[in-house]
Design a protein around this ligand. Structure first.
Ligand code: HEM
Length: 416
């Protein structure tokens, strides 16, 4: 019953639990029967501190992600091999490294934004997905071959969609290779076929990169060539799965909030059009606060944990409930303009040792794409009520996919 309630109205369900039971409460969810949520910044910090002791992030992700991302994925690894991968990927996603991508992201965004239909209601999220997929393909994977780009543009979203079917998670591995399962149309066979088709493209790209070397290239793949082929393949899919839809959803929520908060949108337009970026930075951080994309970040406990006055046994999961820890409240970017304010309990990218490795790239994408959109389009809400969050996997997606009406900006002031 609680699982159904969480699926139907995730934020409402969590809020009701908090109101009835306080800032630490237990839920019973299918697949996660022993699960404790915390709802306050200090308790969230204590949960993330377990990354140094008894907390493990991979068990909560493995079941539904491993068939897609593989065993050698940063999301599913622990211990030494996790550290080795993280040390390789971390520097590639350092702020100074990703800042070099700003111009390319702007070009990608401009190309997609030109095609958005104007004058009629349009759901922005699919358009944002096109932008964020292109960013992953070109800047993270570093694919330049037009044919390969075109194939991956179609295959990758299909693969991720096929991989989200619960059938794919519960069918034991190996069974999927049985000819009967792949011969007739069925969700598992489709997933296996798509995965093979994507892998073929990725292994070809990896082989080519090894031949030509990383010389002078700035993409992420070129900086990970110390990994073996299987680990590289797994990490490429991981970066796609972790970075594509999350960033598109964050963009969708940013516009969903902006069109319903005209003073914030007007101030953003005024500043962006004269080349000011401070308010823009506050807007994307406030959107991530008011509408976090990821609902929770569970840690599996290898030992007992004393938390918020309770003793939680080994073998249980604990997690911050992101929407509760961050506090909903009104959409007010100004809170991020005052030094340090708005930061307490700001955990859209998780925390501890397993915090999001792509956070700098995500923030850069958000800033550049929002700026480019505001320069080119005038946006307004189609309906007054805000969109309700829908649970998709572990992400909270705007129920109407960020439905807006867009018009070309009349006095287009796009700097040369
Ligand atoms: C707005 C966009 C994004 C949001 C909200 C987001 C959020 C998160 C969250 C909450 C986690 C789990 C942290 C934890 O368990 O404490 C995570 C992990 C991760 N994210 Fe992101 N992310 C975003 C974009 C990206 C991008 C662009 C990439 C890379 C291209 C990326 C790569 C990863 C990876 C690899 C992990 C696993 C890290 C590990 O387990 O060591 N993410 N992200």
């Amino acid at each position: 019953v609680q699982t159904v309630q969480l699926m139907r109205d995730p934020v409402g369900f969590l809020t009701r639990c908090r109101d009835a039971h306080g800032p630490i409460f237990r839920v019973k969810l299918v697949g996660f029967p022993r699960f404790v949520y915390v709802a306050e910044p200090e308790l969230a910090r204590e949960v993330y501190a377990t990354d140094r002791t008894i907390g493990r992030a991979s068990p909560g992700r493995k079941d539904f992600l491993e068939p897609l991302v593989g065993e050698r994925s940063l999301l599913c690894l622990e211990g030494e091999e996790w550290l080795e991968h993280r040390k390789l990927l971390g520097p590639a996603f350092h702020r100074r490294q990703v800042d070099r991508y700003a111009d390319e992201i702007e070009r990608i965004a401009a190309d997609v934004l030109r095609e958005i239909p104007t004058g009629e209601p349009v759901a922005l999220r699919p358009w944002m997905q096109r932008i964020t997929l292109e960013v992953i393909l070109r800047l993270v994977f570093g694919v330049t071959d037009e044919q390969r780009l075109e194939r991956l543009r179609h295959l990758l979203p299909e693969l991720v969609e096929a991989g989200s079917s619960p059938l794919v998670w519960i069918v034991p591995r190996g069974l999927e290779r049985r000819p009967l399962l792949t011969k007739f149309p069925n969700p598992i066979g489709r997933f296996v076929r798509l995965r093979a088709a994507v892998d073929e493209q990725l292994y070809a790209e990896i082989a080519e990169r090894r031949r030509t070397g990383a010389d002078g290239r700035t993409d992420v793949l070129s900086q990970m060539l110390d990994l073996d082929d299987v680990a590289l393949r797994d990490e490429l899919i991981t970066l796609l799965v972790a970075g594509h839809e999350t960033t598109a959803t964050a963009l969708a929520w940013t516009f969903e909030r902006l069109v319903r908060t005209p003073p914030a949108l007007e101030r953003l337009e005024a500043e962006v059009l004269v080349g000011e970026e401070e308010y823009l930075r506050a807007v994307v951080r406030e959107a991530l606060r008011a509408r976090p994309v990821v609902i929770d970040t569970p840690r599996f406990l290898d030992g007992p944990l004393s938390l918020g006055g309770y003793d939680i046994p080994a073998g249980w999961y604990v997690s911050p409930a992101m929407p509760l820890v961050q506090g909903a409240g009104e959409f007010r970017p100004e809170r991020f303009l005052d030094e340090g304010a708005g930061r307490d309990g700001w955990i859209p990218f998780g925390g501890g040792k397993r915090h999001c490795v792509g956070s700098h790239l995500a923030l850069l994408e958000l800033e550049v794409v929002v700026r480019e959109t505001v320069r080119r389009l005038e946006l307004e809400a189609v309906e007054a009520p805000g969109e309700r969050a829908k649970l998709q996997h572990v992400t909270l997606v705007p129920g109407e996919m960020a439905l807006v009406r867009a018009r070309e900006r009349r006095a287009a002031r796009v700097p040369a």
